[in-house]
Design a protein around this ligand. Sequence first.
Ligand SMILES: [Zn+2]
Length: 320
Amino acid sequence: MPRMFKNLIPISILLLTPLLTQQAAAMGRRPLPSNSLAELSANHDLSKPNQDDKKVILTGPKLSLIFHHGSRRLIFNNTLILMNGPLTVKSQHSFLTATDTTETVAPLLMPEKLLSQYQPIRSVILDPGHGGADPGAIGKAGVKEKDVVFDIATRCQKKLNAMGIKAVITRKKNRNLSLKERPRMANKLQADLFVSIHANSSRNRAAKGIETHILPAVNFPSTAPSSFSKTACAGNSWDKMNVLLAYSIQKSTLLTTSAADRGVRRSRFSVLRNATCPAILIECGFLSNKVEEKNLNNPVYRDKIATGIANGIKELVNLQ
Ligand SMILES: [Zn+2]
């Protein structure tokens, strides 16, 4: 876009868009499935889109959103969120998918409004992955995922209980639990949130950092190649809360650990698909990375992760 157009909202395009959409519908064509960032900024009292050929920046009194053309990457208040679809550019305007406008960005911009639609958060299920005969990932020095994540869950449980939030752990110390049983526990206990805790592994030993997974919306792809069907599953009932919970935990955990931000990602993991309440899965670091294996083997570092998860949940409770 030429420099002279920077910061200008071509109002004619804004006014024309619904008209064109109606015309398209009347002619039997599918209406455009996306909303402009100019409209988003007007609706939420943000600055006018400030864009160059790579990115678009919107700012508010205490927040910033950086979108990237052709990409699902949104940097929301310095935390990476992978949206359902990419930002597209048409006629010098940037558009989100309609799904991301309502299911990704609105929950982040208006958390109090969203939380007011749900019952107060009183109880959380903490689900340390693997256990028993299934060790999960194993680092080069022999650190096992099942042990690391159980310790993080136990520490997090104590912190949440001390905050007045009831926390229950899905499995006993060295027992495995089927993937289907894990979300069922949330249902049985009528829990308000489900947090699955894992440690990562990669063939690329340089890979490092924390990532938090939520379901992609219906008909949108995962962020990693996946063969799962894109049709709706039980966990999609909480798409809006999922993104808010994931953002809050990802941001808070990065703050307590200073780990690299690998973002809020989209995956159709079994425990997320079958979730009976808002659910996330956090990968607390890479056991395949020498430094992170050492960190994850250190109780002080595990305590920082547990504090990050608990604080992220408490932040939502405070907004209710
Ligand atoms: Zn795992």
